[in-house]
Ligand binder design. Structure first.
Ligand code: KG4
Ligand code: ZN
Length: 342
C-alpha cells in the first residue's frame, strides 16, 4: 500500500448508471459513468433492462476507470461495490463483479450503502462542508435530510413518505407530456415561467419528513378535474401557452417543500453548514433558493459538481474507504440489500 492510502476500485450499479472509479486515499483518480439510454422509450427505469445493460457495460467501464487512473488491476489494494438500496438485479451485477475481482486479486472487498455514498459526495464539492452539517439528499430514488456529525456519525432527521423529489419531477413531466427523465426539462421550462401562475398546495408534515404525492395529484387535477361540476380548464391553453408557467409553479412548490424542513432543521440543530446532493441538486430553482436560505442564516452551502451529484462511483469509493478503515472488509457472502436504509 502507498503512503497516500490504499488504491481502491469502486463500482456502482444500483439503478440505471454503470459506474466505476479509482481512488487513492481521498483523491479521485478517475470516475467513469455509462448511462443507460434504453429506458427513455419506456418512460422510466425497467429493472430487467437495467441489469442486462449493466452486464454489458461493467467490464469496459472498469477497464476505462483503471486506464484513466493510470492503474492496473494488480495495483489495487481493495475493491468496493454498492450492495443496496436499489434494484436487486442491477445491484447484483456490480456486487458480484466486485466480489469476484477482489477474490481473484486476493484483496479486501467492501460493500457500501448507496445513501452513504451520496452523503460522502458532499466532500467532492469545491468547498466541502464543515462538521456538523445538514445534508439534503434529493435524487430520483431518495429524498432525505441527514445531520452529519464529526467522525461521520449521522442521524436521519427526515425522509420522504412517498415519492422521491426526482420521481415527482419525472412523474409530473410525464403528466405534462414531456420526456424522461423529466426533471431537467421541467427546470428549463420553469426558467421562462411564472411561479405564481398556480399556487399548488405545499404539504407540511410534523418533524422533517417530506411528501410529494399531493403535489403530483394537484397537477393532475389541474389538467383533468375529477368533479363533473368543476370548471373545465382549457387543457390546450395550459399545456400550450402556459406550460412554462405550470412547470414554474410546480417547481416552486417542490422547492418550498424541500427547503421548509431544511430551514427548520437548521434552526433546531444550529448547524451552520448545508450540503445538497443527488441528481435533483442540478435544479436551478432549488440551487438559487438554497443559496438564498443559507445566506439568510449565515450558513455555508456545498453542492458537488453535477457529475458527483448524479449516481457515480467516486462517492461510493469515498464511503468505502471510510468503511474499510472503520470496520474492515466485508464478507464475500454479503448479498444485495434492495431496501437497505441509511
Ligand atoms: O441522483 P440521480 O442521478 O439518480 C438517482 O439516484 O435516483 O437523480 C436523477 C433524478 C431524476 O429524477 C431527474 O429527473 C432528476 O434527478 N433531475 C432533476 C434535474 N436534473 C436531474 N430534477 C429537477 N431539475 C433538474 N435540473
Ligand atoms: Zn443515487
Amino acid at each position: 500500500m502507498n503512503a497516500d492510502g490504499p488504491l481502491l476500485l469502486a463500482l456502482e450499479t444500483s439503478c440505471d448508471d454503470t459506474a466505476a472509479a479509482v481512488l487513492r486515499g481521498g483523491r479521485v483518480l478517475s470516475s467513469v459513468v455509462a448511462g443507460q439510454m434504453e429506458h427513455a422509450a419506456w418512460g422510466g427505469v425497467v429493472p430487467e433492462v437495467a441489469s442486462r445493460a449493466h452486464q454489458r457495460a461493467v467490464v469496459p467501464v472498469v477497464q476505462e476507470a483503471l486506464r484513466q487512473a493510470g492503474a492496473s488491476a494488480s495495483d489495487l489494494d481493495a475493491v468496493a461495490a454498492t450492495y443496496g438500496p436499489g434494484l436487486a438485479g442491477a445491484l447484483l451485477v456490480g456486487l458480484s463483479f466486485a466480489k469476484a475481482y477482489a477474490f481473484g486479486l486476493g484483496v479486501p472487498f467492501v460493500g457500501v450503502n448507496h445513501l452513504e455514498g451520496h452523503l460522502y459526495s458532499a466532500f467532492l464539492a469545491d468547498t466541502p462542508p464543515a462538521f456538523p452539517f445538514l445534508t439534503l439528499t434529493v435524487s430520483g430514488g431518495h429524498t432525505m435530510l441527514v445531520l452529519v456529525d464529526e467522525g461521520f456519525r449521522h442521524t436521519v432527521l427526515g425522509r420522504t413518505r412517498d415519492d422521491a423529489a426526482g420521481e415527482a419531477f419525472d412523474k409530473v413531466a410525464k403528466l405534462l407530456g414531456l420526456g424522461y427523465p423529466g426533471g431537467p426539462v421541467v427546470d428549463r421550462l420553469a426558467h421562462d415561467g411564472d411561479p405564481a401562475f398556480i399556487r399548488f398546495p405545499r404539504t407540511r408534515l410534523p418533524g422533517y419528513d417530506f411528501s410529494f404525492s399531493g403535489i403530483k395529484t394537484a397537477v393532475r387535477y389541474t389538467l383533468d378535474p375529477i368533479h363533473a361540476h368543476a370548471p373545465k380548464p382549457d387543457r390546450d391553453a395550459l399545456l400550450g401557452k402556459h406550460l412554462p408557467d405550470v412547470a414554474a409553479s410546480f417547481q416552486a412548490a417542490v422547492v418550498d417543500m424541500l427547503l421548509d424542513p431544511l430551514e427548520r432543521a437548521m434552526h433546531d440543530t444550529g448547524a451552520q453548514a448545508v450540503a445538497v446532493v443527488g441528481g435533483v441538486s442540478a435544479n436551478t430553482g432549488l440551487r438559487a433558493a438554497a443559496e438564498a436560505l443559507c445566506l439568510k442564516h449565515g450558513a455555508t452551502l456545498s453542492i458537488p459538481p453535477l457529475r458527483y451529484c448524479t449516481d457515480n462511483a467516486a462517492m461510493m469509493g469515498l464511503a468505502a474507504q471510510h468503511r474499510l478503515a472503520a470496520d474492515g472488509p466485508s464478507p464475500l457472502t454479503l448479498g444485495v440489500a434492495p431496501s437497505l436504509a441509511l
